[in-house]
Design a binder for this molecule. Structure first.
Ligand SMILES: [Zn+2]
Length: 370
C-alpha cells in the first residue's frame, strides 16, 4: 500500500491541470473519468465508473437502498447510510460514506485504493489529474462555531467557504433569443451552454450550491431572473451574455459592473485603509486575469447601468462572452470545446476571487487579534 501511495504522490505532483482522474488495475491501461467531484478536499467518482475501470460490475438496489458489487468472494454491499462495506458476514470500515452527488452514487479515492483493491485482489492505480483541489471551501468549521462567530459579529478565522453559493443568469431564453448570428445561432444558446458548464465546474470543485435563473430554453419574468441573486447565501452573481456589432471586426470578452462601482477603489489600489469593499470590481479583475491566462482576449471592464438591478452590494459582473458578429468568434462560441474553455476560465476567476477574499479576511483577523 505504501508503494502505491508514493507512486500516487509522485503522479499528483507531476499531473497536468484537468478535472479528471485516471483509474486502472495495476499493469492495465488507465481509464479516464471526468465526472469527478471534490468535497472538502476529498475526490468523489461515480461507483459505476470506478467499477467499470477496474473490471467489476454492480447495481443499485433502490428498495434496499444499497449498492451491490459482484466479486469473486460474493456480493459486497455499500450504502450512503453506512460507514461500512459488507462482504459476506464481514464489515470493513470506510473512511468516507458513499454519497449521492448530482444524481449518482459516488465513492472516494480512498475507497478505490483500498476497498476496490481488496475486492479485485490487485493494487489499483489512481491518479488525480486535477491538483487544483479546492482550498476555498475545504476548511469547514462546525455550524456552532459559525453561529458564534455570527453572534459576536466577528468573522471566524479561516473558516467556512468564503463563497457560500453562486447565482448565474444565462441571459435571454425562449422567444427572447438575444443576439442572432448570420448563421442563425442564437445568443441564448451560448449563454446557457457556458452557464451549465460553469455551474458543473463550481459544483464539482467547490461543492457549493449554484442557482441558475434558467436551465432550459424558456422565457423568464424579471422576478424569476432576479430570484437566484436574491437568495441569502449567494455571494456573487454572474450574468452571461454575448454581443454583436455592425462590424465583423470586434471580438473578445467584455466585463461590465455597476457604474457606481467603477469609481470605487479596489482594496489593492487603496491599500489597507480602503473603507469600501468593492467586490464587483475585484471579481471582474479576477475574471479578466483568468480569461487572459486562458488565452482568451479581454476588451476590458466597463460599466453598465442595467446592472443596478439585484442586491446592491452583491458582487455582480455581467460577462459578454464574445461577438456573434465576428465570424471566427462565432465559430468558437458554437464550439463545445471553446465553451468549456470559457467556463474553466470563469471558474478559475471565481476561485482566485474567493482566495483573495479569504486572504484579506485572514489579514484583517490577524490585525484585530494582535
Ligand atoms: Zn444579451
Amino acid at each position: 500500500m505504501r508503494l502505491i501511495l508514493s507512486i500516487l504522490l509522485i503522479l499528483l505532483v507531476a499531473g497536468p491541470l484537468s478535472a479528471a482522474v485516471d483509474i486502472a488495475p495495476r499493469g492495465k491501461n488507465p481509464v479516464r473519468l471526468e465526472d469527478v467531484y471534490q468535497r472538502n478536499g476529498v475526490t468523489y467518482v461515480a461507483i459505476e465508473d470506478a467499477l467499470d475501470a477496474v473490471g467489476l460490475t454492480g447495481h443499485w438496489n433502490s428498495i434496499k437502498h444499497i449498492f451491490r458489487i459482484r466479486t469473486r468472494r460474493g456480493w459486497a454491499e455499500i450504502s450512503p447510510a453506512s460507514s461500512y462495506m459488507k462482504l459476506g458476514k464481514d464489515y470493513y470500515p470506510l473512511q468516507n460514506k458513499p454519497c449521492f452527488i448530482d444524481g449518482r452514487l459516488r465513492v472516494t479515492d480512498n475507497f478505490v485504493l483500498n476497498q476496490l483493491a481488496m475486492l479485485t485482489g490487485r493494487p489499483i492505480y489512481f491518479r488525480n489529474l486535477d491538483p487544483d483541489v479546492d482550498t476555498v471551501s475545504s476548511e469547514e468549521t462546525s455550524r456552532l462555531e459559525q453561529l458564534f462567530a455570527f453572534l459576536l459579529n466577528k468573522k471566524s478565522k479561516q473558516s467556512g467557504p468564503l463563497i457560500r453559493a453562486v447565482a448565474i443568469d444565462p441571459g435571454h431564453g425562449g422567444l427572447d433569443s438575444g443576439v442572432i448570428a448570420s448563421s442563425g445561432f442564437k445568443e441564448k444558446e451560448v449563454n446557457l451552454e457556458v452557464a451549465e458548464k460553469l455551474s458543473k465546474q463550481l459544483k464539482m470543485k467547490l461543492g457549493i450550491p449554484i442557482y441558475l435563473s434558467r436551465d432550459g430554453d424558456y422565457e423568464l419574468t424579471l422576478e424569476q431572473r432576479l430570484k437566484p441573486a436574491s437568495k441569502e447565501d449567494v455571494d456573487l452573481w454572474l450574468l452571461l451574455h454575448a454581443q454583436a456589432s455592425f462590424s465583423a471586426e470586434p471580438h473578445g470578452v467584455s466585463l461590465f459592473i455597476r457604474p457606481a462601482e467603477a469609481s470605487l477603489p479596489t482594496a489593492a489600489a487603496a491599500g489597507d485603509a480602503a473603507p469600501v469593499e468593492n467586490g464587483s470590481r475585484q471579481l471582474a479583475d479576477n475574471l479578466a486575469l483568468a480569461l487572459r491566462t486562458a488565452g482568451i482576449a479581454v476588451n476590458g471592464i466597463f460599466t453598465s447601468p442595467l446592472l443596478s438591478l439585484g442586491r446592491g452590494s452583491l458582487p455582480t459582473v455581467q460577462v459578454e462572452l464574445g461577438y456573434l458578429s465576428n465570424p471566427e468568434e462565432l465559430a468558437e462560441l458554437q464550439d463545445e470545446t471553446y465553451q468549456e474553455r470559457l467556463a474553466q476560465a470563469l471558474y478559475q476567476g471565481i476561485r482566485s476571487y474567493a482566495k483573495s477574499k479569504k486572504e484579506k479576511l485572514n489579514e484583517l483577523d490577524r490585525n484585530t487579534t494582535n
